[in-house]
Design a protein. Structure first.
Length: 521
């Protein structure tokens, strides 16, 4: 009997142990912890005074969970700065930071830890981890507040970093990577407050600091406060900081080039030309579209293509390929909104046309008058044709052999034809915008493309005509300095973007309807 009891008892023990082990397991698929570590206490206390200036002093921080410290050298900002790195050690939920040099007497020190302290499991950084104390009897307690919004929509920019620099620093030095003196972060409403500031004059900028390196990197959104800010109390910026997205930096160079047997050079560039770019082709002709550049002219093999300060390409060194045949590639088709003018694109630059070899007929095969034919001013690969193309009718245009001459003494060899029809007036709508501003008004389609752009004339409404029904957006871009172009944000020049705004509601265009909008009065 004793043996049976012992065996039974052993079974019970094994069962209880297995149940105990099962209960200790962590269930899979649970919710991800998004809560950042919270500070329970700090020593010396936040805002303490008369802190010892001796080397080897410490800040001891107790958190509510186990944490880790990462990239402290890159994330920690100390003002005034220390010449030697801070050391740290961790025991349980307590982290101790130690400075290794004497501090300055009668100074407020501000330690801004950025994203340096994270929780062990999910890597959530501690929110707004800042510590400040004074080595004298007085603590700097001034502050600067403000709000950061999107430059076009006016919506709040959340979780972006605010950097303060001494006003004597230049935009160029900041653009080269100078670290800020003080830092803050915007909340869900785009609002920020930077505390523990001394009296002083500051430059203020906001960066969507994606790489968390305390500086603006091309591609990160940027906002500039152009005015020098004098902090003497609990001050607030007079106007919102307007943040604008910036394009990624692309190294500029010629990627690939070919020259055909008729002297047309096509060059692929690493990026589109910007307004500050120019290209020197000597006496040759050129045209750029997107990342493509075409160059042609007499004795082109004796010339070079120069992107000043960036790249140079000797045409004689470019490989020669067979010439692309000369033909029309795209013309009017389907149902279009525009009357009296159509466009046709070709594979080579246009050198001339023979107008009598263009024939337009209507739906009843009767010939339609052509008023004029010309090469498009900003696109030598296209021609425009004006004629009596009335609404509600269908048309066909035929280009007879020899109608168009292209670069390299080429002519159309075959007849090309295109058919199209034109919307009736009552199938289209209009938008009239009463806007008392200077600059430009853009009409943006539902897919985000700029459909039309109109320069504003003082005292006159902006009218977008012949719009197909659908949903559109409006964007205004100002020209306060009246230099003929809208200027974006610039760090090196320390300039915010010129005034701009998106209409905060969409415009739904209906057929046979004029939509009148009064905006920005």
């Amino acid at each position: 009997m004793a043996r049976i009891g012992t065996r039974f008892s052993g079974i019970i023990v094994l069962y209880l142990l297995s149940m105990s082990c099962a209960q200790m397991g962590v269930p899979s698929g649970g919710e991800v912890d998004l809560t950042p570590p919270e500070i329970i206490s700090m020593s010396p206390a936040l805002g303490a005074t008369d802190v010892s200036v001796e080397a080897g002093g410490t800040i001891e921080v107790i958190f509510d969970e186990y944490v880790n410290v990462r990239e402290l050298g890159a994330q920690l900002l100390v003002s005034p700065p220390l010449s030697t790195p801070i050391e740290w050690r961790m025991r349980g939920k307590t982290v101790t930071f130690t400075w290794l040099e004497p501090l300055i007497d009668n100074v407020t020190y501000v330690f801004q830890f950025g994203d340096a302290v994270i929780d062990v499991h999910e890597g959530n950084p501690t929110d707004d981890f800042i510590h400040a104390f004074s080595t004298g009897a007085d603590l700097d307690t001034l502050s600067l507040s403000g709000t950061v919004v999107d430059a076009f929509s006016g919506s709040a920019m959340t979780r972006v970093r605010i950097f303060l620099f001494d006003s004597e620093e230049t935009g160029d030095s900041i653009a080269k990577g100078l670290k800020p003196q003080f830092m803050g972060t915007t909340d869900e409403q785009g609002f920020f407050t930077i505390r523990y500031l001394p009296v002083g004059n500051y430059r203020v900028m906001a960066v969507d600091d994606q790489d968390r390196n305390y500086q603006w990197t091309t591609g990160e959104s940027l906002a500039i406060c152009e005015d020098t800010i004098r902090v003497t109390g609990h001050d607030t910026l007079k106007s919102n900081m307007r943040m604008q997205a910036t394009p990624m930096s692309v190294v500029k160079y010629f990627v690939h080039s070919v020259r055909d047997s008729l002297g047309l050079v096509q060059i692929e560039m690493s990026q589109k030309f910007t307004p500050s770019d120019s290209v020197d082709v000597g006496s040759q002709k050129s045209h750029s579209e997107g990342v493509n550049l075409w160059v042609w002219g007499d004795h082109i093999e004796n010339h070079s293509v120069v992107w000043p300060g960036i790249d140079t390409l000797a045409v004689s060194e470019i490989n020669i390929e067979d010439a692309v045949g000369f033909e029309a590639t795209q013309g009017p088709g389907g149902k279009i909104a525009t009357t009296n003018k159509v466009e046709i694109q070709f594979t080579r630059p246009i050198e001339g046309t023979v107008d009598t070899l263009f024939v337009v007929t209507g739906i009843d095969s009767s010939e339609v008058q052509i008023d004029s034919i010309w090469t498009k001013e900003n696109d030598p690969f296209s021609i425009e044709i004006a004629g009596q193309f009335n609404r509600g009718n269908s048309f066909e245009i035929m280009l007879m052999p020899g109608a168009v001459q292209g670069q390299g003494a080429q002519e159309l060899q075959d007849t090309s034809s295109f058919k199209w029809s034109i919307f009736q007036s009552n199938e289209l709508g209009e938008i009239e915008v009463i806007i008392h501003q200077v600059g430009w008004l853009q009409l943006i389609s539902a897919n985000g493309e700029v459909t039309k752009e109109m320069e504003l004339t003082e005292g006159q409404p902006a009218i977008f005509k012949d719009l197909t029904p659908g949903t559109y957006s409006l964007k205004w871009k100002g020209d306060s300095n009246q230099n003929g172009s809208w200027e974006s944000v610039s760090l090196s020049q320390w300039k915010s973007p010129e005034a701009s705004q998106m209409l905060n509601t969409k415009v739904k265009v209906k057929a046979d309807w004029r939509h009148q909008i009064q905006w920005l009065d």
